[in-house]
Design a protein around this ligand. Structure first.
Ligand SMILES: *[C@@H]1O[C@H](CO)[C@@H](O)[C@H](O)[C@H]1NC(C)=O
Length: 380
């Protein structure tokens, strides 16, 4: 009895001490946010991905048919210059196929260029040699001169199959490991949702956009103009609407964190963090982080140590092209985004664990004391 009271009285200061100690040991992630500014005149990159083997980011050019690596410290190197792409073609979505050490790039030509939609694959082992450039088929009977396809974003599975969203026509292409391209999913669900009221001219016609692959056999894809998310079966291409607690209006790029399956969705204004407990029948937006609207974020990726980064590529400025010859922007940014809710949660977990440790210690001490008292009794 008396011994347990003693334990309790020493337990509280111990916990307080632990809390203070942990508070000192854990650096505030918000203050250590990693910001990379990199120089590449006229790049206006739209796509961003992380290459785990090279330990660098990869970005694509809006007009110059080039793809570049960007190091942690902002050092830019050209990985690919592909003169076989049409002049002024845009590199949009990017994905690294880690199994085959390849880089996949969605290619789009905006007016006044002639229509062109393709997926390109480059070998990351051999300094960016092109493996294939596959033209993506239009729907039968579609007149590309009236409304052209937009190959926007790409995800890759563990067999090297790529899935490319068509933002204009609301379907998904599949391109296999050898470059054979086909229309993979044309679910009527993709055309069933109302366009959001706040959808302005900049994305009113932009449908399926960011896409991620999940090894449990499905893809998740977001739709800019409706703010909806769909779960698409990797075999059949059948789609289901993911029930969310809010619409992700103006959703653009998307990324998935492997550790816990959290999905990040970026728009020009914010980053949403979305979780699911039931393999994406339902999802919960559990944090919304405001981004720098001026920087025009379009893509998000998960880099080393599960850190989340967004790309500030100022794409709209590049598309408008209102700058004079030789006066294009030179600097762009890749910035880490951290969720205060998550770091808070992490800290609480640490407190709980340490608290449990101390409780266990006190219990152990109490038991030892009893043991010793009993032994004392026996010996006397
Ligand atoms: C590509 O862009 C440059 C600069 O805007 C322009 O001068 C050139 O005519 C364009 N080429 C094509 C094929 O449109």
């Amino acid at each position: 009895m008396s011994s347990s009271t003693r334990c309790r009285s020493s337990f509280i200061p111990s916990i307080l001490f632990a809390v203070v100690l942990v508070g000192l040991l854990i650096p505030s992630s918000a203050s250590k946010r990693h910001v990379i500014n990199f120089r590449s005149p006229g790049l206006y990159p739209e796509g961003l991905t992380w290459d785990p083997s090279g330990q660098h980011f990869i970005v694509g050019s809006l007009h110059s048919r080039t793809i570049h690596s960007v190091s942690d410290a902002g050092v830019v190197q050209t990985l690919v210059f592909d003169p076989d792409l049409p002049e002024n073609a845009s590199i949009l979505g990017l994905a690294v196929d880690s199994t085959n050490r390849r880089l996949l790039a969605a290619i789009h030509c905006a007016p006044p260029l002639a229509p062109f939609s393709a997926l390109a694959a480059y070998d990351l082992r051999s300094g960016g040699r092109r493996i294939f450039l596959s033209s993506l088929p239009s729907l039968a009977g579609d007149d590309e001169d009236i409304a052209r396809d937009i190959a926007n974003d790409v995800a890759v599975d563990y067999n090297g199959n790529a899935y490319v969203t068509n933002s204009a026509k609301n379907f998904i292409w599949k391109v296999d490991r050898d470059g054979a391209a086909s229309i993979f999913s044309r679910s009527p669900l993709f055309n069933s949702q109302p366009v959001a009221e706040e959808a302005d001219a900049s994305f009113r016609d932009c449908g399926l956009n960011g896409i991620v692959y999940n090894s449990k056999g499905y893809l998740l894809v977001v739709q800019s103009n409706t703010g909806k998310m769909f779960k698409v079966d990797e075999e059949s291409g059948k789609a289901k609407l993911v029930l969310l607690n809010g619409d992700l209006v103006a959703a653009d790029g998307m990324a998935r964190r492997r550790r816990d399956g959290t999905v990040m969705v970026v728009s020009q204004k914010k980053l949403w963090l979305v979780k699911s407990q039931d393999s994406w029948s339902e999802g919960v937006v559990y944090d919304e982080i405001d981004l720098d609207v001026e920087g025009f974020p379009t893509a998000v990726t998960v880099a080393g140590q599960d850190r989340v980064y967004v790309l500030y590529g100022r794409v709209m400025e590049g598309i408008m092209g209102n700058y004079k010859e030789g006066e294009e922007r030179e600097w762009f940014g890749i910035e880490e985004v951290s969720s205060e809710k998550e770091s808070g949660e992490d800290k609480i977990w640490v407190y709980v664990l340490i608290g449990l440790g101390f409780a266990y210690f006190c219990f152990w001490r109490f038991q030892m004391k009893r043991l010793i008292t009993n032994m004392d009794k026996k010996t006397t």
